[in-house]
Design a protein around this ligand. Structure first.
Ligand code: IPD
Ligand code: CA
Ligand code: CA
Ligand code: CA
Length: 286
């Protein structure tokens, strides 16, 4: 069941508010000597102090506003839900860009229904993604369209444009941190690259998926995403008229996501599916 219209509106407003506040925090309080505070799955899977600080801020604000809701973030500290809603947040999506000072990173905040740890068992109902450097703020709630607001300008409604043919499509992707999967990732890319205009690896999955909604990328695919990378951007894309799926009949999941306008989605999905089948199974990683 979807939350009622008033609830959806309140969820979207809250997502925007906390997302913008966390975005301000990571820009304004970025330490001059920012370094890696720890690594996770591999030596290149880094976390900075600001990832945890931003997540703590999001968790505190969301708990103050809606204490019954669950919370799932990329960094430490979750909470089970006692309502129909769980907040799924990525406090900094594009941590490596943030670390290097490349201005393509985001805060992503989504309210979801269902169990976000089980693919196919959940869906986003409201959400926001902000690039705090450019001021681009994407937001959506179920059934009310996707919106892009830049700074203090009035929000504009996003409607995905008629896409080019696959051969002319500019396609975003990303490569997860599992260094045991590098060979597989390269093989997959070999299967896709000859069919498209070019690849962009910008470094923030949430911004990439929102870029498809806004038309600054034509399509996107990636293996290895977690719910917090995709939750808010998934809704922005689909509310703009885009399609967001896994491979075959699978819902979006960690094995693959494909995002594009309907006709281009069909064409790209086909190529990614064949390339994935031909790439075989990697030796490490899941
Ligand atoms: C990563 C970014 C990156 C994508 C990785 C994600 P993080 O998130 O979205 O673009 O390729 O798969 O894990 O670690 O910067 O939040
Ligand atoms: Ca992320
Ligand atoms: Ca992150
Ligand atoms: Ca991370």
């Amino acid at each position: 069941a979807a939350p009622d219209a008033d609830t959806l509106e309140a969820l979207e407003r809250l997502a925007v508010e906390v997302c913008v506040e966390a975005g301000r925090l990571i820009v304004d309080e970025r330490p001059a000597n920012l370094g890696v505070s720890k690594t996770k799955s591999t030596a290149t899977d880094v976390v900075t102090v600001m990832d945890q600080r931003a997540q703590d801020l999001l968790r505190t604000r969301l708990h103050e506003a809606r204490p019954q809701d669950g919370f799932l973030g990329e960094e430490e500290g979750g909470a089970a839900s006692r309502s129909e809603i769980t907040w799924v947040v990525d406090p900094i999506d594009g941590t490596v860009n943030y670390l290097y000072g490349i201005p393509s990173y985001a805060v992503s905040v989504a309210a979801v229904v269902g169990d976000p740890t089980t693919p196919g068992a959940w869906r986003p109902v409201a959400g926001a993604v902000v690039n705090p450097v450019t001021g681009e703020l994407f937001h959506a709630r179920h059934g009310s369209g996707a919106w892009l607001q830049v700074g203090t300008a009035t929000a504009t409604r996003l409607e995905i444009a008629a896409p080019p043919q696959l051969g002319h499509a500019l396609v975003g992707t990303g490569f997860g941190y599992d260094t045991g999967r590098r060979h597989w990732q390269a093989t997959l890319l070999l299967g896709v690259l000859p069919h498209i205009r070019d690849i962009r690896r910008i470094g923030s999955a949430a911004l990439d998926i929102c870029a498809v909604a806004a038309g600054t990328l034509d399509a996107y695919f990636e293996r290895g995403l977690n719910p917090w990378d995709m939750a808010a951007a998934w809704l922005v894309l689909t509310e703009a008229g885009g399609v967001f799926t896994g491979l075959g009949a699978a819902p979006p999941n960690d094995q693959m996501v494909v995002a594009a306008a309907p006709t281009l989605h069909t064409a790209l999905h086909e190529v990614v599916l064949h390339a994935a089948e031909r790439s075989g199974t990697e030796t490490t990683g899941g």
